[in-house]
Ligand binder design. Structure first.
Ligand code: F6P
Length: 350
């Protein structure tokens, strides 16, 4: 009987449990596989920390946010993790795992690819709240985040209007402005700022002034946390950071650009401005039906790949089909917001 390990790596997002459930149930019911949850992402394989995912333990989790097997940004190939890849190989052998399903974004799948090249049977499932993974049209979790952000924008509209204010709404999006663009379109944002488009503050003021001159005395500005803006005392445009610390994959911790932008807008236009940072509320709570279904389809497809013995691949959404593609064709390339989407958003600016 085959033994399958499942892990979730990187930031959590709604839909992970639906995916875990699909992998475990399809594996057990259809092929009689034993399924194990690897605790806390790659850290669980370094430490040999697993728990059996039997039918009972994956029951009642479809609608739950987060991940029942925990997650981390552990990088076994990081410079401080000497010997970890070898420990992972030893533990896979000790635990008799025939295959590992790695559910994660670019960093997690980068590790999966390296382990595949060292002989591990891996199958990837794409995951990122930011929807910026290349190869797939959508990742689960994104739709939930867009819905949460849209609801927030709807709520901010009424208070903005009552007080004649500009409201800046900061959403997630490290390298790509998918959440900002989609929630901005759905929520009727008057301006959307994303990492893909350089920010010109004079243009920002102009768009808002134009709107206010038309008789609208409030505005909603949606901003992705990953935009660069000209900060005081800095020569070039910079990210706004929460801390100077970096995560194990070398990424800076973003957050706070909304407050900086709000101050600049108030100073540059004279309009009273407030900001709201949605932060991790976008990643928490129950997934939408779309995300539950997408995670379920990915989970089912991953087990099919294991059954066929096709490893080193990742299942992705193309149009309405779930298809397998090579992991190596996905890693290290961000899927950014293209002009098709931003041009739609721009029609409604100002
Ligand atoms: O990578 C996804 C993401 O949600 C980014 O949008 C955000 O910058 C980051 O993770 C936040 O990470 P953490 O959970 O470590 O705060």
């Amino acid at each position: 009987m085959k033994k399958i390990g499942i892990l979730t790596g990187g930031g959590d997002c709604p839909g992970l449990n639906a995916t875990i459930r699909a992998v475990a149930k399809k594996g057990r019911i259809v092929y009689g596989y034993e399924t194990y949850g690897i605790i806390g992402g790659w850290r669980g394989l370094i430490n040999g920390d697993v728990k059996e995912l039997d039918m009972d333990s994956v029951s009642g989790i479809l609608h739950r946010g987060g991940t029942i097997i925990g997650t981390s940004r552990t990088n076994p190939f990081g410079k401080d993790n000497k010997g970890d890849p070898e420990r992972i190989l030893e533990n896979i052998k000790k635990l008799n795992l025939d295959a590992v399903v790695s559910i994660g974004g670019d960093d997690t799948q980068g590790v999966a690819l390296k382990l595949f090249e060292m002989g591990v049977n891996v199958v990837g499932i794409p995951k990122t709240i930011d929807n910026d993974m290349s190869g797939t049209d959508f990742t689960f979790g994104f739709d939930t985040a867009v819905n949460i952000a849209t609801e927030a924008i709807d709520r901010l509209h009424t208070t903005a209007e009552s007080h004649n204010r500009v409201m800046v709404v900061e959403v997630m999006g490290r390298h790509a402005g998918w959440i900002a663009t989609f929630a901005g379109i759905a929520g009727g944002a008057d301006l959307i700022l994303i990492p893909e488009k350089p920010v010109d503050m004079e243009e920002v003021y102009e768009v808002l002034r134009r709107r206010h001159e038309r008789g609208k005395n409030y505005s909603i500005v949606v901003v992705a946390e990953g935009i660069k803006i000209p900060l005081e005392n800095e020569k070039s445009e910079e990210f706004v950071l929460q801390t100077e610390k970096r995560d194990p994959f070398g990424h800076v911790m973003l957050g706070g650009v909304g407050s900086v932008l709000a101050k600049m807008i108030e100073k540059g236009t004279g309009y009273e401005t407030r900001y709201t940072v949605l932060g991790h509320t976008q990643r928490g709570g129950t997934p939408t039906a779309f995300d539950r279904i997408l995670g379920t389809r990915f989970g089912i497809a991953a087990i099919e790949l294991i059954h066929k013995g096709e490893f080193g691949k990742i299942v992705v959404l193309r149009g309405n089909e779930i298809v397998p593609i090579e992991l190596k064709d996905v890693i290290g390339r961000n899927k950014t917001v293209d002009d098709y989407w931003y041009d739609i958003a721009k029609v409604f600016f100002g």
